[in-house]
Design a protein around this ligand. Structure first.
Ligand SMILES: [Zn+2]
Length: 74
């Protein structure tokens, strides 16, 4: 169960078709880091294939994606 930040990123189509901004990726984790352009909520998802969206806190995102530009507050 994911607690989506707003209706834009709640919409599967927006997350799966690149309308939610990708700000990082991890080959080791085989995941990408996404940030909603509307509400700033951070998500981790698979780069392709089945949707496995997980919401991340900024602290979690920084830990998993040290190179990504993650702000302290969304
Ligand atoms: Zn949003």
């Amino acid at each position: 169960m994911v607690d989506f930040g707003c209706d834009f990123c709640r919409d599967d189509q927006n997350r799966l078709y690149g309308h939610v901004t990708q700000i990082g990726s991890s080959e080791a984790r085989q995941r990408i880091l996404l940030k909603c352009p509307r509400c700033g909520t951070l998500y981790e998802n698979t780069p392709r294939g089945p949707d496995e969206t997980q919401q991340l806190t900024p602290a979690e995102a920084r830990r998993r994606y040290p190179d990504a530009p993650v702000a302290d507050t969304p």
